[in-house]
Design a binder for this molecule. Structure first.
Ligand SMILES: Nc1nc2c(ncn2[C@@H]2O[C@H](COP(=O)(O)OP(=O)(O)OP(=O)(O)O)[C@@H](O)[C@H]2O)c(=O)[nH]1
Ligand SMILES: [Mg+2]
Length: 357
């Protein structure tokens, strides 16, 4: 899964990126204005996987992971987003939108003052306008093309046009596409446009060490939108400490949970993701899928052959397996359930896929 970190210049994107990835990219003290991106892969900590690994003692333990991209170069004034920037934001599954709340006279704000409500709105409006331009461009082209092509192509274009006409007034009213509830089929129809205002968004309010949490007040009530406050600079320092130092520091500042773990947890909720596990002597591994995915889809996540030759899945909850001690023993006791293609995988399931290719 890919998450893009976006925000106005000097909002603290690189600082938050470092906090989330334990990275050491130099945060700049001036708006760079250059379009650039830093990327890092982060393991998703999972005590359930740790316990399975203790039990099985495999050669290798593989955590689920999230790839974060720190995307710099957002213009601070409204206007069309440069295509180069759009191309970097569009492929992400979700966005972390960093909003500056911290005060620091040595870090200039591109608009001259710290105003998180305004900044939050500004960037969301950019995304909405960018989507609106795509919708309008496409509607114009469809109007010219719709009498061309095979009946099938025409039918497809008619459906697309109807959907875009439904989305247009939403964007024109300044609302993001996240507020529209779309059927699976509708989602598919517009997937290739990678609309920015459709992406699930986690708004990170980057607050001072002593700042209050403004997230409740400033997070818009949109679906697939969450807000949380992070003390960016402090979290970056924490992420770069040894675990012992960090624990001591967290006690001192009364911090219950590292920001990077909070962000991971909320990202999973926001994207409606769950984990399942596979185990063997070689590897104990966590996988990420959307809630509601079937055993067949889970198999496809592991390997396309497994989905193609799917016979059945043997399933057991992770804690049940830890209690029993091994897959072989669970099988003997009849504790492994046999499930077919359509079984809806549950968070924490251990799957053993039987397949034949
Ligand atoms: N006091 C304080 N300063 C911060 C905080 N977060 C970032 N800064 C400082 O603000 C400056 C800019 O931070 P960056 O993380 O580089 O911001 P950015 O959004 O990546 O900036 P660009 O990439 O240039 O758009 C740096 O000097 C940071 O040290 C914070 O939470 N508190
Ligand atoms: Mg930066």
């Amino acid at each position: 899964m890919d998450i893009g970190i976006v925000g106005l210049p000097n909002s603290g994107k690189t600082t938050i990126f470092n906090a989330l990835t334990r990275g050491e990219v130099e945060p700049t003290t001036y708006a760079s204005g250059r379009v650039e991106v830093h990327t890092a892969v982060v393991n998703v900590p999972d005590p359930r996987l740790d316990m399975l690994a203790q039990l099985i003692k495999p050669q290798k333990v593989t955590y689920a992971h999230i790839t974060y991209h720190d995307i710099a170069g957002m213009p601070a004034t409204s206007g069309a987003l440069p295509p180069q920037l759009l191309n970097l934001i569009a492929p992400n599954d979700a966005l972390v939108h960093v909003v500056r709340c911290f005060h620091n006279p040595s870090v200039p704000h591109p608009l001259g003052s710290v105003d998180p409500a305004r900044d939050r709105r500004l960037l969301d409006e950019e995304f909405i306008l960018s989507d609106l331009a795509i919708v309008e461009g496409r509607l114009e082209r469809l109007a010219k093309q719709k009498y061309k092509g095979t009946p099938q192509e025409r039918e497809h274009m008619a459906r697309e046009e109807a959907l875009l006409q439904k989305l247009h007034p939403v964007l024109a009213a300044g609302e993001p596409l996240r507020t529209v509830s779309l059927s699976e089929e509708e989602e598919k129809l517009i997937r290739s446009y990678a609309f920015l205002s459709l992406k699930p968004q986690l708004i990170v309010f980057n607050i001072d060490d002593e700042g209050d949490d403004p997230s409740e007040e400033l997070t818009p009530p949109w679906p697939h939108t969450r807000g949380l406050a992070l003390r960016g600079r402090l979290e970056m320092e924490l992420a770069q400490m040894s675990p012992e130092e960090a624990t001591e520091f967290m006690e001192m500042f009364d911090i219950e949970e590292l920001g990077l773990n909070r962000v991971l947890r909320v990202s999973y909720e926001l994207l409606d993701l769950i984990s399942f596990f596979t185990i063997s002597e070689k590897e104990v591994r966590a996988w990420t899928i959307r809630r509601g995915s079937t055993a067949l889809e889970a198999a496809g996540t592991i390997h396309s052959d497994m989905a193609r030759g799917f016979i059945r899945a043997e399933v057991i909850r992770w804690d049940e397996l830890v209690r029993i001690g091994s897959l072989a023993e669970a099988r003997k006791q009849g504790a492994l359930r046999l499930e077919g293609k359509g079984y809806v995988v549950q968070d924490g399931d251990v799957l053993y896929i039987r397949f034949n290719v």
